[in-house]
Design a protein around this ligand. Structure first.
Ligand code: SF4
Length: 365
């Protein structure tokens, strides 16, 4: 570990570099805890470039705690649609209602930690940037910088490794400017101390870096291997009738995307009959890679737990990404068929099969 004198110089060098080199990101123009909170939740598992338009749109629609707390949940989810990991939007909404009831945004790290969807890292970011409280953030970028700085082979995925790195980050934290310091370390990890081929020649703290001294930068951090990606095939049915589409809604108690609308699979409508295959697409969720086949189906006698939803109202509803991909495929196929002069009946209309594709019980596919 660095001695006190080195720590002081490390902080000064890093903050000087950050004051000149920080990227202009919309959430860096503010210290408003509400806006910092929205940005931090959106940035969880999502790239900066992808978050920017969502962040700006979200704040236009919900500029403060009151606006977010009083909005219907479906509106919040619709504004979030496309950003993924929808439990984040639900938690934001729930937390906004709690804070609105309490009368203010919580102003201590431990209180911020109590908010739904907020963990140690997010609470430290909000506390340090929004309230200038001395809490160090530790994320993937920070882990990389710290383990390289110390050339420490600690396993960053183990519980003890996480605790150890939290202590290191706390020791390095500049307590007079915790928000700027935290953002500076993360910025260094995001723009200079990259996972592959770090830009050590322009690194403001290279003088302190043991991994660089030994030429082992890319050997850190040490991680246990992730589980393998599993391949899986699934079948979805696109069933239309009189301007309506047959869908089911995920129950409110589900951890994954509760309240979102999905296309049915065979388990939802056992007596489904259909015509042609529309196409297929892929979708990845955590450690699964799904290949979805999309079939046009005939309206069943028994819709089970599914409901007929107006096609022209789909844009107002929270739709799963899988459903959106399927809809895109249907729209593309329809356009292609129209262009080719084929009957659009083959793709849309009431789901009736054409002569080339007579009705078939889909169990036989
Ligand atoms: S010198 Fe290189 S490896 Fe060390 S912190 Fe800087 S960029 Fe990272």
């Amino acid at each position: 570990m660095l001695n006190d004198d080195q720590v002081a110089r490390f902080r000064a060098d890093l903050l000087r570099w950050y004051s000149v080199n920080e990227r202009e990101l919309p959430w860096r123009q503010t210290c408003d805890p509400y806006k910092i909170w929205i940005s931090e939740i959106m940035l969880q598992q999502t790239r900066v470039a992808a978050v920017i338009p969502y962040y700006e749109r979200f704040l236009q629609k919900f500029p403060n705690l009151r606006a977010l707390a009083s909005a219907p949940e479906a509106e919040v989810l619709a504004c979030w649609a496309g950003l993924g990991y929808y439990y984040r939007a639900r938690n934001l909404h729930k937390a906004a209602q709690q804070m609105q009831e309490a009368g203010a945004f919580p102003a201590t790290h431990s209180q911020i930690c109590q908010l739904p969807g907020v963990g140690e890292y997010t609470a430290a970011a909000i506390a340090s940037i929004g309230f200038k409280l001395p809490h160090a953030v530790v994320d993937g970028n920070v882990n990389r910088v710290l383990t390289r700085l110390l050339a420490d082979p600690v396993n960053v995925r183990s519980a003890s490794g996480k605790k150890y790195l939290a202590r290191v980050a706390d020791k390095l934290l500049d307590r007079t400017e915790p928000g700027a310091f935290n953002q500076a370390v993360m910025e260094l990890g995001a723009t200079i101390c990259l996972p592959k081929r770090p830009h050590c020649l322009v690194c403001p703290v290279s003088a302190f870096c043991l991994a660089r001294k030994t030429g082992q930068q890319e050997g850190f951090p040490v991680k246990t291997p992730r589980p393998k990606i599993m391949d899986e095939s699934r079948t979805l049915f696109w069933i239309e009738r009189d301007g309506h589409l047959l869908l089911w809604q995920r129950p409110p108690g589900l951890r994954l995307m509760p309240g979102f609308w999905e296309l049915p699979e065979r388990a939802h409508i056992p007596d489904v009959y259909g015509g042609a295959k529309i196409g297929s697409f892929r979708h990845g969720i955590t450690f699964h890679s799904y290949r979805f086949e999309l079939w046009r189906g005939l309206p069943p006698n028994d819709c089970g737990a599914c409901e007929w939803v107006r096609l022209d109202e789909l844009a107002e509803l929270p739709l799963s990404t899988v459903l959106k991909k399927a809809k895109r495929l249907v729209d593309q196929t329809r356009t292609k068929n129209i262009r080719a002069g084929a009957s659009s009946r083959a793709v849309t209309d009431s789901g009736r099969a054409n002569a080339k594709h007579p009705p078939v019980k889909l169990d036989s596919y």
